[in-house]
Design a protein around this ligand. Structure first.
Ligand code: C5P
Length: 277
């Protein structure tokens, strides 16, 4: 009789506690503990994903990286160097002895290695499986082989999805590459396409290489840039081209500071108009 009474009391309290646990867990904010970060699956729309997306595309040595980094700093935005992503996968594939014409194997490189990208003191720092490869991804053999990664369709899709996730996380970004305004962020707030006269681009690249101790001749650099641009323009997926609504800026006769100022003015104008709507 007494035991029955106590069983009833305990049962009653178990029911009450169970009910409140349900209510409380329903009202808990969804945090990353409940949502494991599954890559590539989030449908990202402009409004969920970011407050400000600025894209800067352009050919090799057009100055986009430097300008994008400085613009991001001025706007208090995060900077994304998408070329570093293609370079990192290229380096991992070279090191793994992967057949560059085998798309499935290249995809496996992205899936099986851990890539990390961060910006430290204005520089994109890249790690593969915890090893810093920031300098290695700039080597000439990586530059020359990046076209294989750039034209692998599924791999490209995954990299674009990672770029969108970065934007969704950071909210305010300046991203640079070849397809940022056309494919990755067709709804970007402001799109730029930087160009420069071929001779000037070769001169800039030579200065950059010399600063790192490289001794390539103007002819060698010119040939490498021409080949890279051609392959970037001709590929079927995410080719290098300005988006229809991109602001095209010829930087041949402009200093870096002048380009940044011009971009800033365009961003201010566009965002002002957007806020007035
Ligand atoms: O910009 P960066 O010279 O570091 O890019 C290296 C290569 O990565 C490019 O030549 C291009 O083939 C590829 N790339 C791309 N799409 C991007 C960025 C880079 O195809 N958004």
């Amino acid at each position: 009789m007494v035991i029955g009474y106590w069983l009833l009391v305990i049962g009653y309290w178990l029911l009450v506690i169970g009910y409140w646990r349900l209510v409380i867990s329903d009202s808990l904010p969804v945090t990353s503990y409940h949502l494991p970060f599954t890559s590539y699956q989030l449908p990202v729309t402009k409004f969920e994903m970011a407050n400000l997306v600025i894209t800067i595309d352009g050919p090799a040595a057009s100055g986009k990286s430097t300008v994008a980094r400085l613009l991001a700093k001025r706007l208090g935005a995060s900077f994304l160097d998408t070329g570093a992503m293609y370079r990192a996968v290229t380096l991992a594939a070279i090191k793994g002895g992967v057949d560059m014409s085998d798309e499935e194997k290249l995809l496996g490189v992205l899936d099986n290695r851990k890539f990390q990208f961060a910006v430290r003191e204005g520089k994109t720092v890249v790690c593969i499986d915890g090893v810093d490869v920031t300098e290695q991804i700039r080597r000439p053999e990586v530059t020359a082989n990046a076209r294989h990664i750039a034209s692998a369709v599924k791999l490209r899709e995954k990299l674009v999805e990672m770029q969108r996730q970065f934007a969704a996380r950071e909210k305010k970004i300046v991203t640079e590459g070849r397809d940022q305004g056309t494919v990755a962020f067709p709804d970007a707030d402001v799109k730029f396409f930087l160009t420069a006269d071929a001779r000037e681009r070769v001169r800039r690249r030579q200065a950059e290489l010399r600063a790192k101790g490289g001794g390539e001749s103007l002819e060698q650099i010119e040939k490498a840039i021409e080949e890279r641009d051609k392959s970037d323009e001709d590929r079927a997926v995410g080719p290098l081209r300005p988006a229809d609504d991109a602001i095209v800026i010829d930087t041949t006769d402009l200093s870096i500071e002048e380009v940044v100022e011009r971009l800033l003015r365009c961003v201010e104008e566009k965002c002002l108009k957007r806020n007035q709507k």
